[in-house]
Design a protein around this ligand. Structure first.
Ligand SMILES: [Zn+2]
Ligand SMILES: [Zn+2]
Length: 230
C-alpha cells in the first residue's frame, strides 16, 4: 500500500517546509534540514511509525544523529496524506462506521477524540492520523471494554460543549467535542490541537491515552466478552 519512494517525496516536502519555519539552531530545525535533503532509507521506518513503535524511531534517530521527537513528528506528517487516501479507499469498500473495536480500523491508532455529532450528539470516535470515524457507545471504554457505569466518568461541568470521558478501570480517557457534522481530516487535526487543554485536565487527574490496553479485548464490552462479569 505504501511506496517508500512516494513517502520519501512527501517527507522531503514536509521537512523542507519545516526547515523554513522552525527556529534556527534548534534540534527540530536541524532534523528538518537533514530530512529535507538526505537520502534516508524510509522502508524500515514505515512499520514502526504505523505501529507507534517509538523505540524503533528513537534508535533510528540516534543512528542518524537526529532529534527523535522531531523525526517522529515529520514521519507522522509525511504519512498522513497516504493514510487519508487509504481511509477514503477503505470507506468505499466497507462501512467503517460499524467497526466495533476501540482502535482505528484503518491504521490501528487509538482515537484522538470523540465527536458528538449532530443534534442527537452521536458519539463518534475519530482517528486523527487517518481521519477514520466510527460510532461508539457512550458508556463503553474503547481501551479496556469496560461498560460498567460505576467505573466510567466525565471530567468538566455539565453544559460545557467539551468534556473528557474517563475510565477508572484502565485509567484511559477520550476527549469529546460537539460537532455539527463529522470533521474533515484537516479540521480534525486542528480540533485535536485546539483541545490540548482537555489533555492537560485529563493528565492532571491521572488519566492517559490510551489506558492500560489489552489489545485482544479492546473495545469489546466486558459484559459481552466475560459472562462472569456482573
Ligand atoms: Zn487511523
Ligand atoms: Zn478503560
Amino acid at each position: 500500500m505504501l511506496d517508500p519512494e512516494e513517502v520519501r517525496g512527501e517527507l522531503q516536502r514536509v521537512a523542507g517546509n519545516l526547515a523554513e519555519t522552525a527556529e534556527p539552531r534548534t534540534a527540530g530545525h536541524r532534523t528538518a534540514e537533514v530530512l529535507a535533503t538526505a537520502p534516508i532509507d524510509l522502508a524500515p521506518l514505515l512499520g514502526p511509525v504505523l505501529d507507534g513503535d517509538r523505540g524503533a524511531i528513537e534508535r533510528e534517530a540516534f543512528r542518524l544523529q537526529l532529534d527523535p521527537a522531531a523525526l517522529g513528528q515529520v514521519l507522522d506528517l509525511a504519512l498522513q496524506p497516504f493514510l487519508w487516501q487509504a481511509m477514503a479507499q477503505l470507506a468505499t469498500l466497507t462501512d467503517i462506521d460499524r467497526w466495533d473495536r476501540g482502535y482505528c480500523p484503518v491504521c490501528g491508532a487509538w482515537p484522538a477524540l470523540a465527536e458528538l455529532v449532530g443534534p442527537e450528539k452521536k458519539r463518534t470516535l475519530r482517528c486523527v492520523r487517518c481521519a477514520a470515524g466510527w460510532t461508539w457507545a457512550v458508556l463503553l471504554c474503547p481501551y479496556c471494554g469496560s461498560d460498567d457505569h460505576r467505573r466510567l466518568g466525565v471530567l468538566m461541568e455539565e453544559g460545557s460543549p467539551e468534556r473528557v470521558d474517563v475510565c477508572d478501570e484502565c485509567h484511559g480517557y477520550v476527549k469529546a467535542v460537539a460537532s455539527y457534522t463529522p470533521s474533515s481530516p484537516a479540521k480534525l487535526v486542528a480540533e485535536d490541537v485546539a483541545t490540548a487543554d482537555l489533555d492537560l485536565v485529563a493528565a492532571e487527574a491521572g488519566y492517559k491515552r490510551p489506558g492500560d490496553v489489552d489489545v485482544t479485548t479492546a473495545g469489546i464490552p466486558r459484559s459481552r466478552s466475560d459472562p462472569r462479569s456482573d
